[in-house]
Design a binder for this molecule. Structure first.
Ligand SMILES: CC(C)(COP(=O)(O)OP(=O)(O)OC[C@H]1O[C@@H](n2cnc3c(N)ncnc32)[C@H](O)[C@@H]1OP(=O)(O)O)[C@@H](O)C(=O)NCCC(=O)NCCS
Length: 171
């Protein structure tokens, strides 16, 4: 097993994270619906984390959170992703450690919900549920079964609706 630590993302990690995204998602990543939301504005570095090797420098994985809102209701929350772990290091708990840290950070930041596009079997142990079909959209096609939400406050999942778009960090 590889020893690793979770740390806040800093600017020093950006080029390694770009390379990790290229490795994990390939050139098609730019056309993904969630990417189109994320290109509308920056992620929140205070809520984004890296997994580092024992040397404290080598990047093993990354997860980012970006503030969003849903256009029909104005419900503000966070979009999780990309979550990626380097090839050759998968299956050692790095992804789940990053996910746990980001969910905890989102809760501490007072975010009402976290939305993501992903595989439910991986995310449901962290409280992510399928969103009812048609309730939210993104600027690109998304398999409805992969729209997942984790409510961090009561009723937060019921408040979302419409097109997902980037939103600034709440004041
Ligand atoms: C998905 C990803 C982040 C998981 O990271 P990881 O460090 O390998 O995950 P962990 O070690 O914490 O967890 C591994 C477990 O999750 C399972 N798992 C991994 N990907 C899964 C998926 N897409 N759906 C369901 N289960 C999955 C593994 O089978 C393993 O199960 P086990 O513990 O019962 O053996 C990593 O595989 C990755 O970078 N994939 C490419 C990018 C990607 O698809 N990101 C997710 C976008 S939604």
């Amino acid at each position: 097993m590889t020893a690793f630590a979770i740390a806040p993302e800093t600017g020093a990690h950006h080029s390694d994270i770009d390379a990790l995204h290229a490795e994990a998602f390939g050139p098609g990543r730019y056309s993904r619906a969630a990417f189109r939301v994320r290109e509308q504005g920056p992620h929140d570095p205070a809520l984004s984390f890296v997994s580092l090797a024992e040397d404290g420098e080598t990047l093993l994985g990354s997860v980012r959170l970006t503030w969003i809102e849903t256009a029909a209701t104005g419900a503000k929350g966070l979009l999780l992703g990309p979550l990626a772990v380097k090839d050759g290091l998968k299956g050692q708990g790095i992804g789940k450690a990053l996910l746990r840290r980001s969910v905890d950070a989102a809760r501490e930041a007072g975010a009402p919900y976290i939305l993501l596009v992903g595989d439910k079997p991986y995310y449901w142990p962290f409280g992510f549920e399928t969103i009812s079909r048609g309730r939210v959209q993104m600027p690109g096609p998304v398999d409805p079964a992969r729209f997942l939400v984790c409510a961090l406050q009561p009723e937060a999942a019921d408040a979302i609706g419409g097109m997902v778009r980037w939103a600034g960090k709440p004041a």
